[in-house]
Design a protein around this ligand. Sequence first.
Ligand code: GDP
Length: 295
Amino acid sequence: MVFENLSTKLQDTLKRLRGKGKLTEKDVDVALREVRLALLEADVNFKVVKDFVKTVKERCLGAEVLESLTPGQQVIKIVNDELTKLMGESVAKLNQSSAPPTVIMMVGLQGSGKTTSAAKLSNLLKKKQHSPLLVAADIYRPAAIKQLQVLGEQLEVPVYQMGQQDPVQTAKAALEQAKRNRNDYVIIDTAGRLHIDEELMAELTRIEKAVNPDEILLVVDAMTGQDAVNVAQSFKEKLGLSGVVLTKLDGDTRGGAALSVRAVTGCPVKFAGLGEKTDAFEPFYPERMASRILG
Ligand code: GDP
């Protein structure tokens, strides 16, 4: 399960503080050194770890802890608060267009789970009585169009495609169709590559300009750890990212991406992918994630 190692380490460290009647600065330092190591081992971004430990330490040396009758408990609460804050505090909602349809563009590297997440998101919206339209704008992998069509059929969500034609034209035409058919959400599955390249970014920028999306969701594979965060940064430089979808949180990942991606990109994690099935997808709850880590 995600965070398993991190969780065990943090719990062990904090357990040692729990029973203490009084805490010294040294106790706090020793504990935070272990917290720092545990976070780095979980592949959390170095700078994020540094800032996190600094904030926690400042709060731990404040009156709320030192004057408390249960200082160990207070430290645990602070770590919990700050972990939650790191991941975003509250659940981040989808942006809405004031004039439907709301247009959502899914971007990310190949294999990150983009196509699957597009379908999963359409499923979530459909269950809430919305009428989404999926758009196959990943024209370089014919299998991607087919994959989206199969998922669409399975979920009874319409899929718009124009084969290998220009993805910008496909996206524009899809938008027109959505207006005609009163689809209130348009979810565009775009092309990914194994690595970021200029051509891919230029194409995504052209689609962005053409359809002016309300949301650009970056799909990030949580298994790829630090790399995922670097990828996120590159996308952020070129596109108006508005949120992140973290996939494969069901896997045996160290969790570093989940803990760093928001701080690094400034974009909230909006959804979590928790399995291969189309219903293994939910809004990302920072508080629940923090509680899961601290047990
Ligand atoms: P794309 O190239 O970015 O469109 O990636 P796909 O949507 O084709 O997904 C790549 C692989 O990851 C597929 O085998 C998916 O079933 C799998 N996948 C996607 N999301 C998740 C997830 O949340 N959990 C797990 N375990 N697998 C996922």
